[in-house]
Design a protein around this ligand. Sequence first.
Ligand code: AMP
Ligand code: MG
Length: 414
Amino acid sequence: MPIHVQPAILAFPDARRVVEEQAATLRPGRTELTALLRSRGRVLAEDIPADRDFPPFPRAARDGYAVRSADLAALPAALKIIGEVRAGGSLAGPLARGEAAEIMTGAPVPEGADAVVMVEYTTRQDASVTVERAAGPGENVAPTGSEARAGQLLLPRGTRMGFAEIAVAAGVGKAQVSVYSSPRVGILSTGDEIVDVEAHPGPSQIRNSNSYSLSAQVEAAGAEPVRLPIAADDPVVLRHLIEEGLALDLLLLTGGVSMGKYDLVEPVLAEFGAEFFFTGAQIQPGRPVLFGRARREPGVQTATYFFGLPGNPVSTMVTFEIFVRPILDALCGASPRKLRFLQARLGTEIRTKTGLTRFLPARLSGEFERTEVELVRWQGSGDTAAMARADCFLVVPPDRERLAAGEMVSVLLR
Ligand code: AMP
Ligand code: MG
């Protein structure tokens, strides 16, 4: 006898909030040391402070002459050149009144000087320079510690490492960083018609693309995909593979979540005593999406979160982006990233029905204030090629049946 789950179909913002609330309860697992260059996309498990002042000396921001700004009260001002400071070098002895030092970008501004005059505003003659423009105190000088003081926290634990973060870590001498171990994410595609990519599909068979798109999405989120074998629409097979998947940190299933006779994911999960947070969302594509948690066996301490994503490939991709990411972020040790919307001008009018929040494959064009968005032509949520032509999702709010050409609309970046 299949166990029936009380359906809970939530509006998009409510479903999203439920995911975020659950994500907030999650903690990352183990930590490991990794070479800095391998840390991209990973999440810091240590605080990284400044190991010294940044910059460590008053740094020239321009090529030109280090001067005492007070010497430039009357222009043009002729100053005596007492030496040269190159990046990595220094000048012995302080600069006295009426003196200047030739200086390069990145070099330490000598004692006594308080400004750098750009070389463009000077004329040199042997050991003398004539300055044509005034420079105020501090001009073109980054004072010691102005970017950070020694000991100041630069990258807190929980930071996701991107190129800028890697630059900061390199700047403080971290050749290795401590990161959270990547959560292992089970990927289980279901369907009697689904065959492996290497297989020769029969006339009514479909190659498994979802396990591949999901693996790529999981990796892009900094986690480790574990592809399980394809599950037939058979409760015994499904039970077995779900049990395997629940041993991992998160389980993503695709297919078998609609109302068809062989859609068995929900009833089989219910046999595991699953708690369902929602069994659908008022969205398109992706309406029958499931979110919950279950224990592999009754005795197991912690429950594993799972998503039952609809089998249609575009639905699988969209529901991953809008629902799975916060849970993955949290399992990775990062504070979940908010959805990133952009406003763009709509190219061509859109007419739809009200009631669902739609995330439609679309393409951006133009730059700066002329960014425009256009739906890509698609044949529905099975159309992966349309999705590959798209680079964003155009969001249609549930109360709108018409979006006019020229109107500013929300775009979800991917
Ligand atoms: P389902 O959600 O099981 O009803 O599947 C909906 C549609 O998605 C069907 O046309 C399936 O053939 C297709 N589909 C399901 N799983 C996959 C998969 N892993 N790869 C590609 N297409 C799939
Ligand atoms: Mg199916």
